[in-house]
Ligand binder design. Structure first.
Ligand SMILES: *Cc1c(COP(=O)(O)O)cnc(C)c1O
Length: 371
């Protein structure tokens, strides 16, 4: 085998749909020595992460933890624990991630009732209520808070009360929204909410914060069929995260938990309000600059996400060539469109550490050069 050199990845300015850039303090945390997953020091760290996550998710839910795995593991944990064969699950589908939720619902043997909306529009709560009325018993409603494939911000404040009225659980995908815009689990009556580390939390990918209300946990415990996933069975994982038991389930990814602890410390040092405002400010700045280049947002103003800016590509712009030049000449990553939107939009992420004025100015200058 030819000699392999030490790994030296390039410094990128990550302005795509995730991952985002990582703060030096988080890299330092990753390089600190590992301890055992039952070491008293690690158990303290787990408690600290739980408390930091509760503040971030604005919840008092006891079961608030970090699942081992990326955002999709969070999605799968949220669904597999409560969904049983033949259950009706209403799923808002207006992009890639609503489709992924439906796919998992099908794999659970259940029946997804899709509320479809054009990509680039939000899901109308009235349509969800109509479906709740028609479908008979509905176990849960699943909605994507920040649809990363389109840049749509799903209004959620009233969704929880609606689900409660019909006895359904509300499951929310906050993978991209958490840390960039408010996610108020208790106030909005969300039963299950999951996220990921590499979007607005600016940690490497590898953990999925998740929270379960008492009601959701009771549904998971009282189900009549066994949870099909052993690895993501929260009734067992909860024991490992619980002070009273600490029963071994699987070896926690120690270093990733160190990284998450530090990333959450950075979030709380900045303050949630200040962090949301920063995401808003830099998005507005980006859109102003892009308008001067005759590039305009794909999504209507009221439902436009600040951390994922979808931009309509005008005729005549070579999508792939521009993105390749950005990466090779400027070290900047932005995202292209997915599915039907391939070649029609760019997805410019301003997530977590990546959401800075300097990055906005740099990207605008690079685009001006290239175009
Ligand atoms: C990124 C993302 C996911 C999946 O997360 P992975 O970390 O890629 O597994 C799920 N939902 C949304 C809305 C996302 O943006």
């Amino acid at each position: 085998m030819p000699e392999m050199k030490e790994l030296t990845p390039s410094q990128r300015t990550l302005l795509g749909p995730g991952p985002s850039n990582v703060h030096p303090r988080v890299y330092r945390a990753l390089s600190t020595p590992i301890v055992g997953h039952l070491d008293p020091e690690f158990l303290v760290l787990m408690n600290e992460i739980q408390e930091q996550l509760r503040q971030l998710l604005q919840t008092r839910n006891k079961l608030t933890i970090a699942i081992s795995g990326t955002g999709s593991a969070g999605m799968e944990a949220a669904l597999t624990n409560v969904v049983e064969p033949v259950d009706n699950i209403i799923v808002g589908v207006n992009g890639v991630f609503g489709n992924r939720i439906s796919d998992i619902v099908v794999r659970c043997g259940a029946n997804p009732i899709q509320i479809k909306e054009q990509w680039g529009k939000s899901i109308d709560l009235q349509k969800i209520e109509d479906a709740l009325k028609q479908a008979g018993k509905v176990k849960a409603v699943a909605l994507v808070h920040a649809e990363t494939s389109t840049g749509v911000w799903q209004p959620l404040a009233e969704a929880g009360a609606l689900c409660e009225k019909y006895g359904a659980l509300l499951i929310v995908d906050a993978v991209t929204s958490l840390g960039g815009v408010p996610v108020k689990v208790d106030e909005w009556k969300i039963d299950i909410c999951y996220s990921g580390t590499q979007k607005c939390l600016s940690c490497p990918p590898g953990l999925a914060p998740i929270t379960f209300s008492e009601r959701a946990l009771a549904v998971a415990r009282e189900r009549t069929t066994r949870i099909r996933s052993w690895y993501l069975d929260l009734t067992m994982i909860a024991d490992y995260w619980s002070d009273s038991s600490r029963a071994y389930h699987h070896t926690a990814p120690i270093s990733m938990n160190y990284a998450l602890r530090e990333a959450l410390r950075l979030v709380h040092e900045e303050g949630l309000e200040a962090r949301w405002q920063r995401h808003r400010r830099n998005s507005l700045e980006l859109l102003r600059g892009l308008a001067a280049l005759n590039l305009h947002p794909f999504v209507d103003k009221e439902i436009r996400l600040p951390m994922l800016n979808a931009i309509t590509l005008p005729e005549g712009i070579e999508d792939a060539t521009v993105r390749k030049t950005l990466l090779t000449e400027y070290g900047i990553e932005i995202g292209g469109g997915l599915g039907d939107l391939a070649g029609r939009i760019w997805r410019i992420g301003l997530m977590g550490e990546s959401s800075t004025r300097a990055n906005v100015v740099y990207l605008l200058a690079a685009l001006k050069d290239i175009l």
